[in-house]
Design a protein around this ligand. Structure first.
Ligand code: AMP
Length: 113
């Protein structure tokens, strides 16, 4: 059994504002939102980061993007949204369980910081 924060959320050992769940994934609101809508979409499989995903995870990775699409519609982000995956130290990753940030309900800047 792994000990990342997000696995504790999957096991309901830490509370979270869950907005979506299916057999393969879970989505919940970020505790420190960077936009009016900031939701994290995670696989239930404990992949630590994108660079550790393997060929057998291809379907799962596609599934996570379709979950983002579904939640964006649920959150009525008709004007658009941003999806971010932070990978490793220079990517700014702090929790080592793969997650997609869904950010929306405000215009986003480019380039990112
Ligand atoms: P990252 O920096 O890409 O690894 O993102 C980790 C994200 O997890 C950050 O945006 C944090 O605000 C968020 N986070 C940390 N702890 C929690 C928690 N208990 N519930 C929801 N989001 C969290």
């Amino acid at each position: 059994m792994s000990d990342t924060l997000f696995e504790k959320i999957i096991r309901r050992e830490i509370p979270a504002d869950i907005v979506y769940e299916d057999d393969l994934s879970l989505a919940f609101r970020d505790i420190t939102p960077q936009a009016p809508v900031h939701i994290l979409v995670i696989p239930k499989k404990p992949i630590p980061m994108l660079e550790k995903a393997e060929a057998e995870d291809q379907g799962l990775l596609g599934h996570l993007l379709l979950v983002v699409q579904k939640i964006a519609a649920q959150e009525k982000l008709a004007k658009g949204f941003r999806v971010v995956i932070n990978n490793g130290e220079h990517g700014g990753q702090t929790v080592f369980h793969l997650h997609l940030h869904l950010l929306g309900d405000r215009p986003m800047d480019w380039p990112p910081g």
